[in-house]
Design a protein around this ligand. Sequence first.
Ligand code: NDP
Length: 289
Amino acid sequence: MSAKILYGKEFAAKIKESARVEVDDLKNKFGVTPGLAVIIVGENPASQVYVRNKHKTCEELGIKSEVIAMPETSTKEDLLSKIDELNAAADIHGILVQLPLPDAIKSHSEEILNRIDPLKDVDGFHPVNVGKLVTGSPALVPCTPAGCLEMLDLAGIEIDGKRAVIIGRSNIVGKPMLHLLMARHATVTVCHSHTKNLADVTREAEILVAAMGKPKFVTADMIRQGAVVVDVGINRIAPKKLVGDVDFDAAVEVASAITPVPGGVGLLTVAMLMKNVVKATKLQLKVKT
Ligand code: NDP
């Protein structure tokens, strides 16, 4: 058997199209243009590419985009006061601080991110949004796991009642994925580096999410026949070679559906960011999300 390959491009296009429709709706019904501010500190080339991509996607969808480039020498106080300014700006509905921050202020990342108004926290990292996700209130959810869920839905993959296993328990991917899948009535197990007999656990998964950051770690014998495999991992193994956490060539023979790397989940993150900007705008306007 060869699995159906879930290409991110196709799903990202659908997610962006639905965001574009909602942006038009907000403009027409409320006279409001959703606005995203992205703060980038320093000259990290990878961060610059990500920020350019976010800016371009905003423009494509009619979202107002403001990129605030701050010098490498910026202090924690500089960032906090910029965030305060954006929290108060009526035309900005989403605020994002591009990570990683420069070494000199890296240790303050949490304090800086937590200064963002939870209603404008489009990365979904603020403890208020984490708490809402856990308790099932409308929340801004981290873009990568939210994108994975959206993709499963768009692909028509049933979640209710399924056995799901997540490898990885980070705040950005693993933990929010747990709550998203559990809220949709999957029975979810989360594995991590202390999990014993990992393969015995992963072989139970009808939906397997790999988010560990270990190249090709998940081999075919760790996958249940017919499982849906979502590979979140992005690992650079050579200057121009990216691979996921799953040994794709072998896994494709066992799974019923699988995301490739590159070209899979990675493409959904920016699309979901756009949806989060729309959601943040609606939450601020007190319109149903
Ligand atoms: P973290 O490093 O924060 O977390 C990795 C998790 O994997 C940890 O919970 C760790 O366990 C677990 N882990 C590590 N080794 C093993 C092992 N041998 N067995 C079982 N579990 C293990 O990573 P992130 O969650 O931030 O990212 C995971 C991957 O996803 C990375 O490759 C990253 O690049 C990618 N990513 C992709 C995104 C996108 O597509 N846009 C966005 C975010 C991430 P423990 O907690 O015990 O240390």
